[in-house]
Design a protein around this ligand. Structure first.
Ligand code: AHR
Length: 502
């Protein structure tokens, strides 16, 4: 029996603008992310001449990384920004409390802003709530955004940066329920009110991000304590790591069952998204449009420990997961306004890995390079029909109302001109290619089409320093003339389809 597959795109069902920031990144002073993933020092062979690692800048630029979060992560809540400005040789060395080792402070605010400029990304700064105070945060904001004749604005000028940086996104503490200080949600709301009152007053144009959690209890208690101060929150953030060695196996060694568990669990992330949205809507009561940000997400394999600097390999499986998660974010475009995969280089689910002077682009890099075509388009509703490839555990399916995993997963968006359609399709099957009918509900003719596919012989394949292109993309362009298109999607592949409409 031929198994029917179809992808129906509802051209009239606009979800919202796909905020380009959902394809964002994150760098932290952890393991080999900043040193030498981002900063190698001026005298290094792989520096751009100013101390930045050329390959990393090039990679992030080529995927149009829209926003970069910094300096942490857990690091943010014991980072004192003044350690990282002024002449590099006189910056103090500090203990990296959470991630061990020492911090040279060679890469600080001015370097971060410069790095973002080179990449073409917007900076997103996380302030220190855990061991800092509003005064310190306010001084940082003044250093970055103000142009008057005041102490910290003048400090920036005397460090050689006349124009203010106009940093728009500010995160008030990181994981305040955990490494950020083990706060209780109500106490954290008091702290949030203190910090945000002064920050917003000093620069009303900034957007403030409050720390949420993947615990309904935290989000409800925090939001309830913020009920009368809802105007101080622009976004609530959550973090979501797929971190379960038993269920998902290792970075490169995993069973077929573990492969399916990982993809099946994307539904758990969706559950958390729904819970966070519910808490936002319940307490904001329509008085403020608060967006959701997932400012840390990705797969966290057992290899990534404090001892290994959270380094892990990145297989085609990770890329497939990233694509399914990005499809999910696109389908929540009306609420999710930013997401930052953790972390850009050498830590967790990176887009680049480095070794000495060498750099490789991971399979996850290619996913970002494909999905960037959705940026600033309008997300469309999609109905995707395909056979089940994994039923999931009976208990989970019943208790947590999870659905069996289907072979195909897709999202679609249309350019603001209404003519250019972008569809990203993942075939999650391990052993079967599927041919699907691609249709639109208005019967509009498709003209040109281009497909880019990411795949390899084995889902466990990865790019390494000996063989940098085990997992890579191939492209095909063709003409179509009709409102239905039949396309074959290979097993364990990620596909980008761009279509011109008549
Ligand atoms: O990304 C690694 C760590 O994971 C971050 O520092 C922290 O916020 C999270 O727990």
């Amino acid at each position: 029996m031929v198994e029917e597959c179809s992808i129906d795109i509802k051209l009239d069902h606009h979800i919202d603008l796909v905020d380009k920031n959902i394809f964002g990144h994150f760098i932290e002073h952890l393991g080999r992310c900043i040193y030498p993933g981002v900063w190698v020092g001026i005298s290094s062979k792989v520096s751009d001449g100013n101390g930045f690692r050329k390959d990393t800048v090039k990679a992030l630029k080529s995927i149009s990384a829209p926003v970069i979060r910094w300096p942490g992560g857990c690091f943010a809540d014991y980072y004192h920004w003044m350690d990282g400005v002024g002449p590099r040789e006189s910056r103090p060395r500090r203990l990296n409390v959470w991630w061990k080792g020492e911090e040279s402070n060679a890469f600080g605010t001015d370097e971060f802003i410069q790095f973002c400029k080179m990449v073409g990304a917007e900076p997103y700064i996380c302030v220190n709530v855990g061991s800092g105070c509003p005064e310190e945060a306010l001084a940082w904001l003044e250093y970055c955004n103000l142009s008057g004749n005041t102490k910290y604005a003048n400090m920036r000028v005397s460090n050689g940066h006349i124009e203010p940086y106009n940093v728009r996104f500010w995160d008030v503490g990181n994981e305040s329920w955990g490494c950020g200080g083990n706060f209780d949600p109500v106490y954290h709301a008091w702290e949030y009110r203190r910090f945000s009152t002064f920050l917003k007053r000093a620069d009303p144009s900034i957007k403030l991000v409050a720390c949420g959690h993947i615990s309904r209890d935290w989000n409800f208690r925090f939001m309830e304590a913020m009920r009368e101060y809802i105007h101080l929150i622009d976004y609530l953030s959550i973090h979501y790591y797929f971190r379960n060695g038993q269920r998902y196996g290792d970075d490169v060694n995993f069973t077929d069952e573990q492969y399916f568990n990982l993809l099946y669990d994307v539904q758990l992330l969706e559950y958390q998204i729904k819970q966070a949205i519910y808490a936002i809507e319940f307490f904001s009561e329509g008085r403020k449009d608060i967006g959701l940000i997932v400012d840390e997400w990705g797969v966290w394999h057992p290899q990534a420990t404090v001892e290994t600097g959270l380094y892990q390999q990145n297989t085609l499986r990770d890329a497939i997961l990233a694509a399914s998660v990005l499809n999910l974010f696109i389908s929540y475009s009306n609420k999710i306004k930013m997401a930052n995969i953790a972390q850009a280089v050498n830590v967790l689910q990176s887009v680049c890995l480095t070794e000495g002077d060498e750099t490789i682009l991971t399979p996850t890099y290619h996913v970002f390079s494909m999905f960037k075509h959705h940026m600033n388009n309008i997300a469309l509703a999609v109905e995707c029909v395909s056979p089940t490839v994994w039923s999931g555990e009976k208990e989970a399916t019943v208790q947590r109302k999870l659905k069996p995993l289907k072979a195909l997963d897709a999202s679609a968006s249309i350019g603001q001109d209404g003519k250019n359609l972008v569809v990203t399709v993942v075939n999650q099957s391990l052993d079967k290619d599927y041919t699907a009918k691609i249709r639109n509900n208005r019967g509009i003719k498709f003209l040109e089409a281009k497909i880019v596919s990411l795949n390899a012989n084995d889902v466990r394949a990865y790019n390494d320093f000996e063989s940098k292109e085990n997992v890579k993309t191939v492209e095909e362009t063709f003409t179509v003339n009709g409102s239905t298109l039949e396309l074959n999607f290979e097993r364990h592949s990620v596909n980008l389809l761009t279509l011109k409409l008549e």
